[in-house]
Design a protein around this ligand. Structure first.
Ligand SMILES: [Zn+2]
Length: 615
């Protein structure tokens, strides 16, 4: 599936980045920049900056950056080609693509394709079972009342009890390499004395649940243990990959989106099976946290669909304690949180198999706010009799109330709790004051390191150092006019560039300029593979709209002079001169170590002095 370059240009110029991003999130204009709350990390102050002139975005907190294609790709969690198709459709541009071909255009797309093919493979296995295996697996599904329709809907599958059945399947057509399959998580790689390249299937003899992204893409798997002799855990999950981050995915959200919007609340359950049971009875506004505590990203994700969250967890104090962080995150985000508590000893699956949907709905409408729920639990578990118990209770409940953003709501709960448990309202308020002081949001930590950091491979833990003049070179390529670019092409010696990321970018820009006579800045973000390089380009290209900050911080002032600088030929000459001088000084230092190189040292010194004097 190849798209000719002129089509790319046509599609991107028909899709202004500010328009496209505004279609997903709220964007505000500020000066020359457009700002938004970054959708790629929990963002309280708008950190996402969009440059309409350069058609790129950059987040100054989480460093997400890219062009219109990457925004759509990352926001919708789709492949690059799908993003291109989406934008083509949006602009009414015809693309004649054979959509049956796998999209192998970049690493992310490959990972999506591998997961999709694996899910199909596992599902086919389930359909084609025979003999004892069939009897065993079908028995298991029957017991859990999973019929074929449900298995189809959730793409449930089966991984054979074999070390290599999936691997052999992929090796038939050799579209993907073993290292790629390993990176997607379906294969495991083990280094081994006898055989350095040992790969095998991660999931063996398990009931497979594909984990879908918000947009129906398979990003990973959960594999349920089936056999007694399987020594692995009850569930094995795909490891994290470039497309699967378990704290950013909510199982079942793809099936639940519409229903969550419609009912304006979501039920959060713990496991895959709980969720599937609810679906079986037509309750579809459900997502599962899949065993992990709710993360900020997950809460962020859900808040795009509804502000009303309803937990259906093990309802005892121990269960609440385990969910504590998740509850705090939900309250801090200003969402409404309630808890459904089923009769003791029942989980959604057992409950619905015994009763029915109407009975379940009674429990839903009888749900309690989390504050009331916790205080009831204390009473129920008889934890309010001694003075010490009461003190603990107050501390805990106030801890939660302190997380609620709404002042009026906080006051309401304080009053209610005081009345219910015959406590002094003033005691509660004092405690709340203390908690609020401790909770006070930390001042927004502005990321002062703009240049991407990377763990260095040579063992030292240093940041990637980018010399100011190397930074300026990229700056010039991005903002310079014809004259400047021409000068750079003829005078810049790439051998003098130290930083490998900068070198990659400069080589790319030079090639582009020589090939086409111009530098298409937004295109570079498609073409260059290195993540560091993309971040660096976007960082330099997108001006940060914080003028007062520039004045107070000389380092950022230097890095952001693009905002005020004139990209004149003189500036270009200065930068090239600085780079040359630095190289010559370095050479001189090296040569000085060798007594027999005295003549060379003299020559270099002469050159340095000439260069310094030159205009
Ligand atoms: Zn961000």
């Amino acid at each position: 599936m190849k798209i000719p370059p002129e089509k790319f240009d046509e599609i991107s110029s028909a899709n202004d980045i500010v328009d496209v991003v505004s279609g997903y999130i709220q964007v505000k204009k500020k000066g020359k920049s457009f700002l938004a709350l970054c959708p790629f990390h929990p963002d309280k102050n708008p950190s996402l900056h969009i440059s309409q002139a350069k058609q790129v975005y950059h987040c100054f907190s989480c460093k997400s950056s890219g062009n219109v294609y990457t925004f759509v790709q990352n926001f919708e969690k789709i492949t690059f080609m799908e993003a291109v198709q989406k934008l083509a459709l949006r602009a009414g541009i015809q693309l004649n693509l054979n959509s049956k071909d796998p999209d192998l255009s970049n690493e992310l797309s490959k990972l999506f394709e591998i997961n999709k093919a694996s899910a199909k493979f596992f599902h086919r296995n389930l359909k084609n079972l025979s003999g004892n295996e069939k009897e065993f697996i079908m028995g298991y599904l029957d017991e859990r009342k999973i019929d074929f329709k449900l298995a189809e809907k959730f793409g449930i599958g089966y991984s054979h009890k074999s070390w290599d059945s999936l691997m052999n399947y992929f090796m038939e057509d050799e579209i993907f390499t073993k290292p790629e399959l390993e990176r997607s998580g379906v294969l495991v790689h083990k280094e081994d004395d006898s055989n350095a390249d040992k790969y095998y299937d991660r999931f063996r003899g398990r009931l497979m649940f594909p984990i879908f992204s918000e947009n129906d893409k398979v990003v990973g798997f959960g594999g349920r243990k089936l056999y007694e002799d399987d020594l692995g855990g009850k569930y094995i999950n795909s490891p994290e990959s470039k497309i699967y981050n378990k704290s950013k995915v909510l199982y079942g959200l793809n099936f639940a989106k519409e229903k969550i919007r419609y009912y304006d609340y979501v039920i959060i359950v713990e496991g895959y099976m709980d969720l599937i049971s609810l679906h079986k009875f037509g309750i579809e506004n459900v997502v599962a946290s899949s065993g992990t505590a709710l993360s900020e990203d997950q809460v962020n994700l859900i808040s795009r669909y509804t502000k009303n969250i309803c937990l259906l967890f093990d309802s005892d104090l121990a269960g609440i304690k385990a969910a504590k962080r998740g509850i705090e995150i939900i309250l801090e985000a200003g969402l409404e949180l309630s808890v459904i508590s089923l009769p003791e000893g029942e989980d959604p699956d057992s409950f619905l198999n015994k009763y029915d949907k109407t009975e379940f709905e009674k429990y839903v409408s009888g749900r309690k706010s989390v504050i009331n729920f916790i205080s009831d639990l204390y009473t129920k578990e008889n934890k309010l009799s001694s003075v010490e118990d009461k003190t603990n209770f107050i501390k805990e409940i106030i801890g939660y109330i302190g997380k609620i953003q709404d002042k009026i709501k906080r006051a309401f709960y304080i009053k209610e709790i005081a009345e219910l448990y015959s406590l002094y309202e003033s005691d509660l308020r004092d405690e709340l004051e203390k908690t609020l002081k401790e909770n006070k949001p930390k001042p927004y930590l502005r990321s002062s390191v703009i240049i991407p950091e990377k763990k260095s491979t040579n063992g030292s833990s240093g940041k990637v150092v980018i010399l100011p003049e190397e930074h300026d070179i990229i700056d010039l390529f991005i903002h310079g006019n014809e004259e400047v670019l021409n000068y750079l092409e003829n005078n810049l010696e790439t051998g003098f560039i130290k930083n490998p990321t900068v070198l990659k970018i400069v080589e790319y820009f030079l090639d582009e300029y020589i090939d086409s006579g111009k530098i298409e800045f937004s295109k570079s973000l498609n073409d260059i593979e290195s993540e560091d390089a993309k971040i660096l380009i976007s960082t330099i290209a997108v001006p940060r709209h914080e003028p007062s900050y520039f004045k107070s911080n000389s380092r950022d002032h230097l890095l952001n002079k693009s905002v005020q600088m004139e990209y004149s030929l003189k500036y270009a000459k200065d930068v090239i001169k600085k780079i040359k001088l630095r190289q010559l000084e370095e050479d001189r230092l090296t040569l000085k170590k060798y007594p027999d190189k005295i003549l060379e040292v003299f020559e270099i010194t002469k050159k340095i002095n000439e260069l310094k004097k030159s205009p």
